[in-house]
Each structure stands twice: as structure tokens, then as C-alpha cells.
Ligand binder design. Structure first.
Ligand code: P53
Length: 476
């Protein structure tokens, strides 16, 4: 079956704060990722009030990509990557976020990094804000609860669009902008620098911050297109389909509403306006959101060129007895397990067919090009005598690529690329662990930060290299 288009973007994905390290190099400011400690599957990461002595902050050193990128890119070239998705650390460019002038040393780092990629014909694919903002904007402005953030972000966007207009074609504005819809403290912080104060309604705060981000994103799309009309600027969403727990129509409605509640960000970025159900919900909740008529025009004029999304797992939801009307209950008893699927060691349900479902769902709803910019299996790898045998990772990637092939060949989905997450081992976003590994390249570093940082090829490296070389024809 000839499936993947000949210019399909096989790649790998990472984010600045999870691998660069060098958290204070050459004028870099403190980012919100720099105040998150290491956690584990059982213990959540702590968000400390500034950087505190005696805490373990794994992002401070990452895998020291800042000083290793040349050798790493050489490996990416050997792997055959056509593109490499990374993000720009906002704090390298604007260390505090509210300066008038950017930090030249930070800009220079990405000049060199992108030049190194292009030397091997690897296209950089760049996220502007990947769980990343200057911590100063959190402490001084309250993060994205503040409309001023729109100006700080668009200034940052303009500077990097201008600087890298010839090196970078594919951009994304905010990584997984929709995670915060879960109203989880960690997601609110990592997406938007929000810390809910006593007496505040977390949901109302999230809708307000989300709105400012959507306006900032829409402005960035317009600024980017002015700077280079060839730019492809996408949204980026965490996609985890919600299935109904049973054929009970209330469970079906629950699943529908859960999808609506998780993807209204996508509606705004792709269709340029808020969905009707959400406006009704805000009215019923009596939320007083700062959304102006000008904002609405901006949203309409700044829709995205493509949909970037991450896909790891699916979920099952059921209606509770309490929710007769809006199906918005977020209690944990609305989530149930799926007996048809296996889970990863971190409890994420492995569902390759769900990826095909997601590709179809996005296509039907938005009819835009799709780019899978994250997918993969976080697993504990055994390192022995320079070898890492990871058949479980190969199986995961193969099963997902097979479903991508079906979505293209059978369903006619317009899929432009695939960049598996953490192509080289890096710090987990959710837990701060090194031992939750995704890479086809192993990095010798442990959860305590010990190790030589030496890089090793896993079995999955050779396998993925062959997949790329055959353009996805041979997955054996
Ligand atoms: P980690 C949760 C659910 C879905 C995606 O996650 C998520 C998260 C965050 O935990 O984040 C994305 O490292 C994110 C990456 C992250 C990756 O998924 O927790 O864009 O930064 O590393 C995997 O296993």
C-alpha cells in the first residue's frame, strides 16, 4: 500500500525546557519550568515560590542539549529525520518577559541550532510557548490572567518570526493549550502561569486566561503571515478522545460534551469563534469575562493554517446521576477504565485505533491539514552493556503508524507529518522524571540527576531509521 506522501515530515519532538538545561546561560531568565521540582508517578511535582535551595529541579540541567546539540543533531541526521520539533525558550529571548529589547545571546543560540539542523536538511518545527513563560510574568502580572500578557507574547512572537523567517516554516503558538480545561493546578500553572487564589473560581480564571491566549495566538498568526506569507502557523492540542462508557444515551452525551469541553480551544483557533454551547454555559454560570468586540474580530482574522496535536491515550467517561443538564461534572467518578485496552506503566491507555479516530474527528470537524507532533510510550528502559532493547516502544510506534497509514489510505485524511515525542530521552513534563523515557536515543542520566549524559542508540533507533528510509512502507 503506497500511503505516505513523498514529502511526509518524519521527525522527532522535544521542548526547550525539558532538554536544553543551561537554565542560566548567557542571560536566560527563570522560567516557570525552573520552579518545578522532580516528582514521580505517585508524587506530583511541587511548584515552589521561586528557586529554593535544597530542591531538585530537573529542568535546570535537562540533558544539557544546550551544549550537546551538535552531536545530537548528528544522530538525528543518521536517523534520517526530515524535521525536528522543538520550542524556543521564551526566557532566553526575553529573560523577564517585559523588557523592551531581546537578549541577543539567546537569539544567537537558536540561529546556531537551526543552522545546524538545516545543514543536514532537517526542518525545524517550532513551538513558541511550550509550557514556558518567564516566571517574572507569573509573579508580577499573575500570568495569563492579565491582558498585558498579550503584548508580551506578541512582542516575543514578532522578534522570533522576524529573526528566523528564512529558517523556519512550520510554527505552533501554544503547546497543548487545552490541557488547562482539566482545571488541574499543575496544568493551570504550566499552561498559563495561573495560581488560583482563595475565593477564585478556577474555571472562570481558566476561561479568561484561555481567551487572552487565544487572542495572542490569533495576533501572532497575523503577524507571522505579514512577516512571511509562506509561514504555516498551527494550533497545538492534546488529543485524547473520550469514549462513552456504555450505549446509555446519557453516557454518549457525556462523551460528546467532554469532547466539546476539551476542544473549544480548537474551535476558536480553527473556526475563529466560540461555540454556542460554551457561550450558553458562561451565561448560566454568570461569568463576567473580558471579551471585547475587537477581540472577536481578531479571533476571526487569525485562524490557524494546520492542526498540530499530541496523541498518547484515550479515555472513557460516564454521566453521573447528578448531571442532568450540562454534563460538565469533572468529578473523578466520571472517568472509568477501558477493559479493552492495556495501560502503560504510568497508567496511560494504549489505543492505536484511537489515533485513527482522532485523525478522522479533526478532519470532519475542521478540514485542515493535520500534523501529529507528539506520540510515544513513556517506559522504563534497561541499559546493559551499551544496549537498550525496547521492543515495547517499537510495537507502540508501529501500531500507531499503521493506524496513520489507514487514516491516509482508507479515510483520505490530510496528514503532513509525524514527530514522536522525546525522540531523545528528556525530563518528563508531568512527573519531572528521567526514568519515564520516550526516546529512540538513550541518555545516561537518572532521576537524581546523576549520569554521564552519554547518548546511546536503542533498538528502536534502527527500527525507526528503516521506517523513515522506506517512507513508512516497511514497519517490520
Ligand atoms: P510526560 C499530560 C497529558 C498529555 C500530554 O508527557 C502531556 C501531559 C503532561 O504530562 O504533555 C505532553 O512527560 C507535553 C510534553 C510532555 C509529553 O506530553 O508527562 O506536550 O511536554 O512531555 C509527555 O510523560
Amino acid at each position: 500500500m503506497t500511503t505516505f506522501p513523498k514529502d511526509f515530515l518524519w521527525g522527532g519532538a522535544v521542548a526547550a525546557h525539558q532538554l536544553e538545561g543551561a537554565w542560566q546561560a548567557e542571560g536566560k531568565g527563570v522560567s516557570l519550568a525552573d520552579v518545578m521540582t522532580a516528582g514521580s508517578n505517585q508524587t506530583p511535582r511541587k511548584i515552589t515560590a521561586g528557586v529554593q535551595a535544597g530542591e531538585n529541579y530537573p529542568n535546570h540541567t535537562g540533558i544539557d542539549f544546550y551544549h550537546h546539540y551538535k552531536e545530537d543533531i548528528k544522530l538525528f541526521a543518521e536517523l534520517g529525520l526530515k524535521c525536528f520539533r522543538t520550542s524556543i525558550a521564551w526566557t532566553r529571548i526575553f529573560p523577564q518577559g517585559d523588557e523592551a529589547k531581546p537578549n541577543e545571546a539567546g537569539l544567537k543560540f537558536y540561529d546556531d541550532l537551526f543552522a545546524e539542523l538545516l545543514k543536514y536538511d532537517i526542518q525545524p518545527v517550532v513551538t513558541l510557548s511550550h509550557f514556558e513563560m518567564p516566571y517574572h510574568l507569573v509573579t508580577e502580572y499573575g500570568g495569563w490572567r492579565n491582558r498585558k500578557l498579550i503584548d508580551f507574547f506578541t512582542k516575543f512572537a514578532r522578534v522570533v518570526f522576524q529573526r528566523y523567517r528564512q529558517q523556519v516554516k512550520y510554527w505552533m503558538t501554544f503547546n497543548e493549550i487545552n490541557n488547562q480545561a482539566q482545571l488541574d493546578d499543575w496544568f493551570l500553572f504550566t499552561n498559563s502561569g495561573l495560581q488560583v487564589q482563595p475565593g477564585e473560581d478556577a474555571a472562570e480564571l481558566m476561561y479568561q486566561a484561555g481567551h487572552y491566549e487565544l487572542v495572542a495566538s490569533a495576533l501572532a498568526v497575523q503577524i507571522g503571515h505579514q512577516i512571511n506569507p509562506d509561514f504555516q502557523i498551527g494550533g497545538m492540542f492534546a488529543m485524547g478522545p473520550s469514549y462513552p462508557a456504555s450505549p446509555d444515551p446519557r453516557d454518549v452525551m457525556k462523551a460528546e460534551r467532554t469532547m466539546q469541553a476539551n476542544y473549544w480551544f480548537t474551535d476558536v483557533q480553527c473556526k475563529g469563534k466560540y461555540p454556542a454551547w460554551l457561550k450558553q454555559y458562561w451565561n448560566r454560570q454568570n461569568y463576567q469575562l473580558d471579551i471585547t468586540l475587537e477581540d472577536e474580530d481578531v479571533l476571526k482574522a487569525g485562524t490557524v493554517d494546520y492542526i498540530g496535536f499530541s496523541y498518547y491515550a484515550s479515555h472513557v467517561v460516564q454521566a453521573t446521576d447528578a448531571e442532568a443538564d450540562d454534563f460538565m461534572t469533572q468529578a473523578s467518578d466520571t472517568q472509568v477504565t477501558n477493559p479493552t485496552l492495556q495501560a502503560s506503566a504510568w497508567g496511560w491507555l494504549i489505543d492505536p485505533v484511537g489515533l485513527r479516530y482522532a485523525l478522522n474527528w479533526f478532519t470532519d470537524r475542521y478540514d485542515l491539514p493535520l500534523f501529529i507532533v507528539e506520540n510515544g510510550l513513556g517506559a522504563v528502559d534497561k541499559f546493559a552493556k551499551g544496549q537498550i532493547h525496547d521492543p515495547y516502544r517499537i510495537a507502540y510506534l508501529r501500531d500507531h503508524i499503521q493506524q496513520m497509514a489507514l487514516a491516509i489510505a482508507v479515510d483520505g485524511v490530510n496528514l503532513i507529518g509525524y514527530t514522536p515525542w522525546g525522540i531523545i530521552d528528556l525530563v518528563s513534563a508531568g512527573t519531572g522524571e528521567m526514568s519515564k523515557r520516550y526516546g529512540v536515543i538513550y541518555v545516561d542520566k537518572d532521576d537524581q540527576g546523576q549520569g554521564t549524559l552519554k547518548r546511546w542508540k536503542k533498538d528502536s533507533f534502527t527500527w525507526f531509521q528503516h521506517v523513515i528510509a522506506t517512507n513508512g512502507q516497511d514497519l517490520t
